[in-house]
Write a protein that binds this ligand. Structure first.
Ligand code: OAD
Length: 258
């Protein structure tokens, strides 16, 4: 099948499905300038996750971990949703039955939902993602249950300058899921329910190396429902995809979903 035929087949599969599960990963934000994790230039090529993205790393050296998240926050704040995020947001606002599950912590889906909703004069809620790995634009307390939006610049020059909980004074941490930590249960339950009900699945920009995220797409395939994959590189989903669209999210999603 050539690319045009594959695109048409994928459009039809998604249009015919009353309920669609969309799973996204770092690749959908690559064209916005946010680095991925495992590809060339990926964060886990340059940094060791065990030094920066585990509860042990934070307990050992919270200053270093905050410095890294502060850098990533600044990077993400300087980025904007790309044509892929926006096409997806418009599609979700224009039809019913789509559940978006993301592994990304960059809040670009949320920003795209607001942009698309403003353009359409509507409510962004139907295009907001279920966040499996938390949000870099939120903080939560290491001691009490305080959690809040917060993406101010972080002064990580010393432990004393790190953000403190307004409720109890303990150290705040980024509200993201680190290696070895449980995912937020409500997010997992909603993603699981969407995977059990979906009539088709669209996977964009994830290598499929991390569970349970990858498992939600695989659960749809196990129920013999079609899978469409959009990614310029190889992924763990390629062998099970009804259609693989090899290309970037920004180039493929607008014609696929527009
Ligand atoms: P990866 O870095 O593992 O995979 C990124 C995928 O995006 C690869 O398949 C690339 O080929 C693809 N890609 C690159 N550029 C793209 C583009 N322009 N358009 C579409 N796809 C593109 O990132 P994830 O699969 O998201 O977890 O990684 C999953 C999790 O591993 C992350 O959420 C993070 C990480 O450790 C935590 O931090 C808990």
């Amino acid at each position: 099948m050539d690319h045009a035929a594959a695109l048409e087949r994928a459009r039809l599969l998604l249009a015919e499905a009353p309920r669609v599960l969309v799973l996204t990963g770092a690749g959908i934000s690559a064209e916005s300038g946010v680095p991925t994790f495992r590809g060339p230039g990926g964060l886990w090529k340059e940094f060791r996750p065990e030094d920066l993205a585990t509860p042990e790393a934070f307990a050992r050296d919270p200053r270093l971990v905050w410095e890294w998240y502060g850098w990533r926050r600044g990077l993400v704040a300087a980025c904007a949703p790309n044509a892929g995020h926006l096409a997806l947001a418009h599609w979700m606002l224009g039809r019913a039955g789509v559940t978006l599950v993301t592994q990304n912590v960059d809040a670009l889906h949320e920003r795209a939902a607001r942009t698309a909703a403003t353009a359409r004069g509507g409510d962004p809620s139907p295009a907001l993602p279920i966040r499996l790995h938390g949000s870099i634009a939120r903080v939560r307390c290491t001691r009490c249950d305080h959690g809040a939006e917060g993406d101010d610049p972080v002064d990580a020059t010393a432990r004393e300058t790190l953000p403190a909980c307004p409720a109890c004074g303990a150290l705040l941490r980024p509200d993201v899921v680190w290696f070895g930590e449980a995912l937020p249960l409500p997010a997992m339950q909603r993603a699981d329910a969407a995977a059990r009900e979906a009539d088709a699945c669209l996977v964009v920009g994830t290598a499929g190396a991390v569970q349970p995220a990858a498992g939600y797409a695989m659960a749809v395939v196990r129920r013999r429902r079609p899978l469409v994959v959009v990614d310029p590189g190889p992924t763990a989903f390629d062998g099970m995809a009804e259609v693989k669209l090899t290309g970037s999210a920004g180039a493929v999603l607008p014609p696929l979903l527009g």
